[in-house]
Ligand binder design. Structure first.
Ligand code: SAH
Ligand code: SF4
Ligand code: F3S
Length: 445
C-alpha cells in the first residue's frame, strides 16, 4: 500500500460494472462522497478519486478492472496530470482484495458490505495509510448511509442481499455473503424517500429477492402490497428471483396488485436435469415449467425472462439441445445467456470435462439465435396493444422520448412529454430491441 501522503480528493467519479445491485451500490457510494462535500464528475478522467465498482461473476468481468486501472493512469500520464486516487469496490474487491493491492497498487479496497466506510478509507489513503476493508460486519451498512438524493423515474432499492444457494459455478455467495433481508420499515422509509426524490417506479433488488422475509413472517408479496399503497409510486418490479423461492403469495400478487408489473425474471440456467443437478440448482426442468404454468395461469400476459449458461463442464450436445427445447417451450420475452466461466474457489472449477471453447461459442450462438427470435416474436405480438409507458429519458431525436412498457420493452414516443410521465399509448411498430408508441386516442363515444 502507498506510504506517501496525497492531496485529499475533491472530485469523484463512480463507475459500476455487473448487476443492478452494483448500480444501486454505486449510487449509494456517490451519495456518501457527495455528503462528504466531494463533487461528482461525469468524466472519470476529470476526477481526483475514481471508484471502480467491480463484478467478479465471470473472468472477463474481473479482468476489466485491471485494464481500467491501467487506462486511467495512462491517460493521466499523457495529460501530465497526477494519477487519480483509485478505490476498488464491489465483488472483485471482496474476492481479490489483497491481490489487487499487490498487482495494481490501488489506494483503497472496499467490499460490498463495508462501503459505508469509504469516506474514512479515502481519508486514510490520503494520509498514506493502508486502506483495505473487506469485512462483512453484522451491523448493516444501510444504517450508515445518507438519505437518498434525486433519482430518475425508475429507481433501484436493495431489499435482500447475499445468497445461500451455492450453485456450483457461482461466486456470489462468497462475494456478497449469506442471505440477509433488510427490515420492512427501513425498506418502506427508503421507498418513500425515493418517491419524494422523483421515482415513479421502484425495482426491488436482491440476489434472491423472492427469498426476502422478516421476523414477523412477512414475505416479498407483503412488501409489494405495502408499496402498492404508497402515494406517488406507480410501478413495482423485483429481480432476481430463484425458482425455489417463488411463494404462492408472490404468484398471486401478479394477479392482485395492479402496480406490480407483468414481468418475471426467473433464471433457469440449463434445460437438462443432469446439468441442473451438477449445478446444484435444486430444481428440475419440469418443476420450473410447472411453476411458470402457475404464474401464467394468474397473469396470462406476463413477460418472462431468464439467464442461461452454456458449456457447463460435461455438458453434452444432447443436454444442450434440451436447453434449446426448454427455450422453445417457454418463449422468453428477453433473456441473458453466457458461456460458462470457471471461477476460482467454486466447486465447478475443479470439475474435469471442460467443454472446448469453440463448442461453447457455437452453442452460445445457437442459443442466442433462438432467444433473439423469441424476443422479436414477443415484440411483434405486442403491436396493437394499449398500455402505459413510463417516460425515463430523452431519445436521440428531437422531441423523442424513451419509455418502458409494463413488459419492460423500450418504447420510443414523440411528443410533448417529460421524464416521469405515465402516458397511455398504443404500441405501433416493433423492432428486435425496441418498439414505437403512439399516444392512444380515446375511443369516440
Ligand atoms: N442472483 C442471480 C445471479 C446473479 S449472476 C440469480 O441467481 O439469478 C447472473 C447470472 O450470471 C446467473 O444467473 C448466471 O446465468 C450467470 N453466471 C453466474 N456465474 C457464472 C459463471 N461462472 N459462468 C458463466 N455465467 C455465470
Ligand atoms: Fe449465484 Fe445460484 Fe445464488 Fe444465483 S442462486 S446468486 S446463481 S449461487
Ligand atoms: Fe457481479 Fe457481484 Fe453482481 S459478482 S453480478 S457485481 S453480485
Amino acid at each position: 500500500m502507498s506510504v506517501t501522503a496525497k492531496t485529499p480528493p475533491q472530485t469523484f467519479h463512480v463507475k459500476s460494472f455487473g448487476c443492478q445491485m452494483n448500480v444501486y451500490d454505486g449510487e449509494r457510494m456517490a451519495e456518501l462522497m457527495a455528503a462528504e462535500g466531494l463533487v461528482g464528475t461525469a468524466d472519470a478522467d476529470a476526477a481526483d478519486l475514481v471508484v471502480l465498482n467491480t463484478c467478479h461473476i465471470r473472468e472477463k468481468a474481473t479482468e476489466k478492472v485491471y485494464s481500467d486501472i491501467g487506462r486511467l493512469r495512462k491517460r493521466a500520464r499523457e495529460r501530465g496530470a497526477d494519477a487519480p486516487m483509485i478505490a476498488v469496490a464491489g465483488c472483485v474487491a471482496q474476492a481479490e482484495g489483497e491481490e489487487i493491492v499487490r498487482r495494481a497498487k490501488v489506494d483503497v479496497v472496499v467490499g460490498p458490505q463495508s462501503y459505508h466506510n469509504l469516506p474514512e478509507l479515502v481519508a486514510r489513503a490520503a494520509s498514506g495509510e493502508a486502506a483495505l476493508d473487506t469485512n462483512m460486519p453484522l451491523a448493516s451498512k444501510f444504517a450508515h448511509l445518507p438519505a437518498r438524493r434525486r433519482v430518475g423515474a425508475s429507481a433501484f432499492l436493495t431489499v435482500q442481499e447475499g445468497c445461500d444457494k451455492f450453485c456450483t459455478y457461482c461466486v456470489v455467495p462468497y462475494t456478497r455473503g449469506a442471505e440477509v433481508s433488510r427490515p420492512y420499515a427501513a425498506i418502506l422509509d427508503e421507498a418513500r424517500a425515493l418517491v419524494d426524490a422523483g421515482a415513479r417506479e421502484i425495482t426491488l433488488l436482491g440476489q434472491n429477492v423472492n427469498a426476502w422475509s422478516d421476523d414477523d413472517g412477512r414475505g416479498l408479496h407483503d412488501l409489494i402490497v405495502a408499496l402498492d399503497r404508497l402515494p406517488g409510486l406507480a410501478r413495482i418490479r423485483y429481480t432476481t428471483s430463484h425458482p425455489n423461492d417463488m411463494a404462492q403469495g408472490l404468484i398471486e400478487a401478479h394477479r392482485d396488485v395492479a402496480s406490480l408489473m407483468p414481468f418475471l425474471h426467473l433464471p433457469v440456467q440449463a434445460g437438462s436435469d443432469r446439468v441442473l443437478r451438477a449445478m446444484n440448482r435444486a430444481h428440475t426442468v419440469d418443476g420450473y415449467l410447472r411453476l411458470l404454468d402457475r404464474v401464467r395461469a394468474v397473469r396470462p400476459d406476463i413477460a418472462l425472462s431468464g439467464d442461461f449458461i452454456v458449456g457447463f463442464p460435461g455438458e453434452t450436445e444432447a443436454e444442450f439441445a434440451e436447453t434449446l427445447r426448454l427455450v422453445d417451450r417457454v418463449g422468453y420475452a428477453q433473456a441473458f445467456s453466457f458461456k460458462y466461466s470457471p471461477r476460482p474457489g467454486t466447486p465447478a472449477a475443479d470439475l474435469a470435462a471442460a467443454v472446448p471453447a469453440e463448442v461453447m461459442d457455437e452453442r452460445l450462438q445457437r442459443l442466442q439465435a433462438a432467444l433473439n427470435r423469441d424476443q422479436a416474436a414477443f415484440n411483434a405480438a405486442s403491436v396493437g396493444r394499449r398500455c402505459t409507458l413510463l417516460i425515463e429519458r430523452r431519445g436521440k431525436l428531437p422531441g423523442q422520448w424513451l419509455g418502458k412498457s409494463p413488459w419492460l420493452q423500450s418504447v420510443h414516443l414523440v411528443g410533448d412529454h417529460a421524464i416521469g410521465d405515465l402516458v397511455e399509448v398504443t404500441l405501433a411498430a416493433a423492432g428486435p430491441n425496441s418498439l414505437t408508441g403512439a399516444v392512444a386516442v380515446r375511443d369516440a363515444a
